[in-house]
Design a protein around this ligand. Structure first.
Ligand code: ARG
Length: 583
């Protein structure tokens, strides 16, 4: 099926060219859904931006374009009006919308065309640290990154997921040294909870005992040089952590597997050559025994050129060194053309400096680009970074337990007659979905307050609200003993304005998915699905489906319901959230 927005855009460009033959063919007609539906379905702003270039008044140009639309958009646009200084308000033909929606219903991709130029995307997300338990803040990178992976894959891009585990570096020096002091060998093993507290102990010693700190630093260098004892214990620690990460990922329903693991340690052998190359290119200079890059345009707190240390005076490499090596690997070996890093906003400067350095070194060039996808902090009710009552970071596992438990209590109250198994399955989908959606629905760079009532509200912009809209539609088909698939092929006829609004919204799916892929902003998909579900609820109140006045109207409403259900399901799936059949 032709995409609604693209079709409208080409009608406008054709109208422009008919009105002004000298107009360029590659203009962006700037079509957006109108903010106020009273004015029309879409607004086009091309007359405003092109008038000057074409030597016309914006309003005159807009009038000339609308006059041509009668020819170039026959059957697509029902009316076009010029407003204000030269905006064009467009209303689509009902007949066109009806046919488009019916076509969407039979299209397995729901009208979303694969990208014209599929690319190799290297997507770095989740990346928890070994020997530490996952905590609430890990939801962010894990869920945002996973939603982006799903959307980009749906558009036909090849996505190399990279789980850049923090499994190397200074913190292992501390931990290994502390464990060796306690007589650890490679055969020693302790569950992740214990590693967590051993890590805390190591950290306190590192801060308090200079001699220990010195040994810890030497230990990192030994580990990085492949010292067998250090490596053996390190491997055992990593394996223990992986068990913990696997459990969390399975529970969250994210795509990450062991195959996606590219921890910091993976890049060990690339560190020295990366540093050497920067040195050889004159980009890295000695400063107080350390080797640093001073990428232009970055200042430290005192207003001096900011240094990015890539090799310490003791020979140890750092986080930045690893990221530079990672970037080269992503370009040279993985052949990525779009490199995406999903981390908290506090790392924005780090990535900007890494990218600038890579550009100067010639590693990032041509069509290859790197993007940092920053996100804000999860806050507690006190507006400070979310902590447990005891003051520690809230463990992810505990939080997911609580989510499922709260969801189970709500389900118990709303639908006590379900079987225990079903309740369990629904509580899982609703509880985990609520937490993930609660994270994805807010502009990602904003901080947000972690609030169970917001996330589990059945009437707000939440996972349960969307899951419930889907359930409502499934219930209609169950009640009528109908297969939702059967609606495919039913013609759609509008008998009420809300049906038209619903169809119009459905047909915006491809544009929304494109914009998520461009801006790397899953909240746009959430906002869209919420609007769609709200319209469906309005439709449901006003337009009886099974008891419609005539078989033709009933079939049309079944068709609208079916395509809405599929859109909700697909949309939630792209966010990594499950749908359920009843709740
Ligand atoms: N492990 C890091 C952290 O916990 C995140 C790593 C992100 N990816 C990267 N290539 N630096 O903050």
């Amino acid at each position: 099926m032709p995409d609604t927005l693209h079709l409208l855009e080409s009608c406008l460009v054709a109208a422009l060219r008919a009105a002004v033959p000298s107009a360029p063919a590659d203009v962006d007609p700037q079509v957006r859904p109108t903010a106020n539906p009273q004015l029309g379905d879409y607004q086009a702003n091309l007359a405003m931006s092109l008038a000057k270039k074409l030597g016309q008044k914006p309003r005159d140009l807009a009038l000339a374009i609308t006059a041509q639309l009668a020819h170039t958009a026959a059957g697509v646009v029902a009316s076009a009006e010029v407003a204000g200084p030269g905006f064009i308000n467009l209303r689509l033909a009902a007949d066109f919308l009806q046919r488009q929606t019916a076509a969407m219903l039979v299209d397995p991709r729901l009208g979303v065309a694969p990208a014209a130029q599929p690319e190799k995307v290297v997507l770095d997300y989740s990346a928890p640290n070994v020997a530490k338990e996952m905590h609430v803040h890990h939801i962010r990178s894990t869920c945002i990154g996973d939603a982006l992976a799903r959307v980009l894959m749906f558009l036909g891009h090849q996505v190399a997921r990279q789980n850049h585990l923090g499994d190397w570096g200074t913190q292992f020096g501390m931990l290994l040294e502390h464990l060796l002091d306690q007589g650890w060998t490679a055969a020693s093993s302790r569950p992740i909870e214990d590693l967590n507290s051993l890590y805390q102990q190591a950290k306190s010693r590192f801060d308090a005992e200079p001699a220990f700190a010195e040994r810890a630093r030497k230990r990192v260098v030994a580990l990085q040089a492949g010292d067998p004892t250090s490596v053996a214990i390190w491997k055992a620690l990593t394996e223990e952590s992986l068990k913990h990460f696997r459990t969390a990922y399975a529970r969250l329903g994210v795509l990450l597997t062991d195959d996606d693991i590219r921890g910091e340690s993976f890049y060990n052998d690339l560190l020295a050559p990366t540093v050497e190359e920067l040195h050889a290119k004159g980009l890295a200079v000695e400063s107080q025994g350390a080797l640093c890059v001073f990428p232009p345009g970055f200042l430290d707190r005192d207003g001096n050129p900011a240094a990015m240390i890539i090799r310490k005076s003791d020979g140890g490499f750092l986080y930045a060194t690893t990221d530079l090596a990672t970037l080269r690997h992503s370009v040279d070996d993985l052949k990525g053309t779009r490199l995406i890093y999903v981390t908290d906003a506090r790392q924005a400067q780090h990535f900007a400096m890494v990218f600038k350095t890579a550009e100067l070194a010639g590693w990032l060039q041509g069509n290859v680009r790197a993007e940092h996808v920053p996100f804000g902090t999860i806050l507690g009710k006190d507006n400070k970074p979310f902590k447990t009552r005891e003051g520690g970071a809230a463990k992810l596992a505990d939080l997911l337990d609580e989510a499922e438990e709260r969801a189970r209590r709500i389900i118990e109250e709303k639908n006590p007659s379900l079987s225990a198994d079903e309740k369990q399955q629904i509580a899982h989908a609703v509880g985990i979905g609520a937490v993930k959606y609660g994270d994805l629905a807010i502009d990602r760079v904003k901080d947000y307050v972690f609030d169970w009532d917001r996330m589990l509200n059945f009437d707000g912009n939440t996972a349960p609200y969307l899951q419930n809209a889907y359930v409502r539609i499934q219930a209609i088909f169950r009640k009528g003993s109908l297969d939702p698939q059967a609606a495919a092929g039913y013609p759609i006829v509008f008998t009420d304005p809300v049906e038209r609004s619903l169809a119009l919204k459905l047909l915006q799916l491809p544009a929304v998915i494109d914009s998520v892929a461009q801006a790397l902003e899953p909240s746009r998909l959430c906002g869209y699905l919420y609007d769609l579900a709200s319209l469906y609820h309005q439709f449901y109140e006003k337009c009886p489906v099974l008891t419609a006045d005539s078989p033709a109207v009933r079939d049309s409403r079944l068709a609208l319901s079916s395509v809405t259900a599929r859109t909700l399901q697909k949309g939630l799936d792209l966010l990594g959230i499950a749908t359920i059949e009843r709740m």
